[in-house]
Each structure stands twice: as C-alpha cells, then as structure tokens.
Write a protein that binds this ligand. Structure first.
Ligand code: GLA
Length: 388
C-alpha cells in the first residue's frame, strides 16, 4: 500500500524530495447521534478505513493536489489561499478549506505543497470520508511546517473548515474521532467541554458490523443545517424560561417539564430527540463498562426509533436494514449511524450469527430495493498518524 501511494505521488508530481505519508481514519458512531451540536455526548470509534495523504513542501507558493479516487482527475494547481467558489463540488475544497482554516487561525504556512490523496471509505456512506480528509490535511500541515497544534485542535480546525468554507454546520464528532481514535476503544466525548475518555470495546463473542445501504446521503447538508437550526429555535424558546447553555444540559425529565414552552411542535420533537439521545449515550457508556451488552443493544435500537420518528433523518432503506437486523437471531442492537438520509447502519452481532446476518440482510435488501448492501466488520483503530 505504502509503495503504491508513493509511486502514485511521483507519477503525478515528478521527482524531487521524498514525500511524507500520513493517514487519518473515518469513524462509526455507536450511539449519540445529532447530539454534538447540542452540547451532548457522542460515542464513536475510529475505523481502519480512512484517507492517506502523501505530501511534501514546495519552494514556491503553489499548492498542487491530486487524488487516486477519481480516475483521470489530473493535477490541480492553485495558489496558496485559493478558495473554491461557493457551492463548488470539487473534492479539493476539503483540503483547501483546511489550509485556509489554519491560515485564518494565524498559523504560518510559508510555502506551497504537493498533496496526493487516496481514501478507501466509500464516499457518501456517512463514515466520515470528508472529516478524514480534513484531519489528514491538518496533520500534514502540522508536520510540514512544524506547527504547534494538538490533535484536539486539529479536529477543531477541521470542523471550522467544514462549517465556514464547505458550508455544513457539523459538530465536532467526526473530526474528533478521526484525530483522537484509539485501537480497540470507543471515545466517549462530552462535546460541551471536550472532555473525553476511552472506553475499551470488550465484546468477547460479538462484532460491530457496519452495513452500507449504498444510498448516498444527498440531502445531508441542507437537511442537516435545517435540523441544527430547529434545535437552535427550540433552545431559544427554552431560554426564555431557564438559563441553559445547550439542549443537552437538560435531563429528559427536566425537558418534559419545560417542553410546552417550545411553540413549534416540530422543533419540540427535534429537541426531545437530542435530550433523550444524550441520556441514552450516558447509559450506553455505563452498560458497556458493566458488560451489559444487551442493554447497550436496546439503547441502540431506541436511538434508531428516535432518529426515525422524532428527528426524521432516517430513510426507508435504513429503516429496512435495521428492521431486518432487529428480526435476526443473534443481533444485540442495530441503528442508523452518522448524519442520516442514507449511508450506513451499525449493528452489534453475535459472532456465531454473523454469516446468517449478512446473508439474510443482503438477500432481502436486494429483493426489496434492488441495491447491493455492503458489510464491514469494524476494527476500532488509532487516530491520525504519520506513517513515514
Ligand atoms: C454528521 C456530522 C456530525 C454529527 C453527525 C450526527 O456526521 O458531521 O458532527 O452531527 O452527523 O450525529
């Protein structure tokens, strides 16, 4: 793999200084969905899938970018500080947004660079291929220019790039998981304080399985931003009666007592999801710590129902995959994961039931939708790193 990437770099950019090679993973969120911009908890783990970047400094101020993921895409050549026009769909807006976020934050990037990317996360699958590209770019900048940036700050700069330049009002979860992941652990993160702990994924006779619906989450950015603004409307209404920093500062009981203060029923439902999902995430950590896997699974199932009915970010294909999983012997829990409107489900499945689970879901899903689901058994991996 490393050799192939370095050869591809040289084929695109020609001879010169040897590039350095970096990797940042994607993530799967076990539970805690749409809580990260509501001051709540999330519980993702980093994957072994992700984005590689081979990089070297240049002596002029040109940034050359290439990707191994788009056939015949050639080499892009832009001046340092280049900003794609609003609404651009070009893949390079992710790395270029990160370069701009670093410059905006006051970091000195005195020269241009050559950047070659390759990723093995299916795009639009909701496993954070864009966050992994942002975080790997941050790691490249840190190393090439000797910048003093912590990995948490890398995640924040990636989020800033996505919010301000790409235009998706995402929370911190994806970039945080990509920057801070740890092998065989999930990250329990309080997005209000950025305090986090690593929870060992002790699943002796079970596996975490991601199932890609192959429905691309195309509505994701517009509907995502809409959900976020509905939560903000709900929060503003609650603040007229109680001083709270974020929706997830409330327990479900406190929320029920106040919820009538949110005049719009849709915003009330959205807020109810965020508050209850946060409580479920806290309970899920307890369940995992105490080896109560069945409770963890039940919380995952409840999470899906809430995302489907109250938050309305699921889609028929994700509902079908979760329903099939719930009806399968040996499935501990199953839910959609990530922003929604397509993408993946995540399930915990007893190892002895894995083969039947995949066979049944693939077959019935194909019969009903004509689509080929894809399965990945998750190996929780480390966060961003330099490989050579
Ligand atoms: C996307 C965003 C995250 C998070 C999830 C939903 O992945 O990038 O910040 O909000 O959706 O939990």
């Amino acid at each position: 793999m490393i050799r192939t990437l370095l050869d591809a770099f040289t084929a695109r950019f020609g001879p010169g200084d040897a590039p350095r090679l970096f990797f940042a993973p994607g993530r799967v969120n076990l539970i805690g969905e749409h809580t990260d911009y509501n001051g709540g908890h999330v519980f993702p783990c980093a994957l072994s899938l992700g984005t590689w970047c081979a990089a070297r400094r240049r002596s002029d101020s040109t940034v050359r970018l290439a990707t191994g993921n788009i056939p015949r895409s050639g080499v892009l050549r832009h001046p340092l500080g280049y900003r794609a026009r609003r609404g651009s769909r070009c893949w390079s807006r992710y790395p270029e947004s990160v370069i701009n976020a670093f410059r905006h934050a006051g970091f000195q990037i005195p020269t241009g660079m050559d950047l070659y990317y390759y990723g093995n996360i299916p795009s639009g699958s909701g496993l954070s291929s864009s966050a992994s590209m942002e975080v790997v770019t941050g790691a490249v900048l840190r190393e090439l220019y000797g910048l003093r940036v912590s990995s948490v700050r890398l995640a924040q700069l990636g989020q800033y790039a996505e919010n301000v330049y790409v235009g998706v009002q995402c929370g911190i979860m994806d970039q945080f998981a990509s920057a801070m992941g740890r092998r065989a652990h999930a990250i329990y993160l309080d997005t209000a304080s950025l305090r986090y702990e690593y929870a060992p994924l002790r699943l002796p006779d079970s596996s975490i399985v991601v199932c890609n619906s192959r429905v691309k989450h195309s509505l994701a950015s517009s509907e995502y931003n809409l959900r976020r603004s509905q939560c903000e409307t709900a929060l503003a209404a609650l603040r007229t009666v109680r001083d709270i920093p974020a929706l997830c500062a409330l327990t479900p009981e406190e929320f029920e007592a106040l919820s009538e203060r949110i005049p719009d029923p849709l915003c009330r439902k959205r807020a109810r999801h965020a508050v209850r999902e946060n409580a479920r995430t806290q309970q899920a950590l307890e369940a995992l710590r105490a080896d109560r896997l069945a409770d963890f699974g039940r919380l995952m199932n409840e999470s899906h129902v809430s995302l489907r009915d109250d938050y309305e970010v699921s889609c028929p294909e994700l509902d079908l995959l979760t329903r099939l999983a719930w009806d399968t012997e040996g499935v501990v829990g199953s839910r959609m994961t990530g922003g929604g409107f397509g993408g993946c489900t995540v399930s915990i499945v007893k190892t002895e039931a894995l083969a039947d689970f995949q066979e049944k879901l693939a077959r019935v899903y194909r019969e009903r939708t004509g689509l080929e689901a894809e399965f990945y058994t998750v190996e929780a991996g480390d966060g961003v790193r330099r490989l050579i």
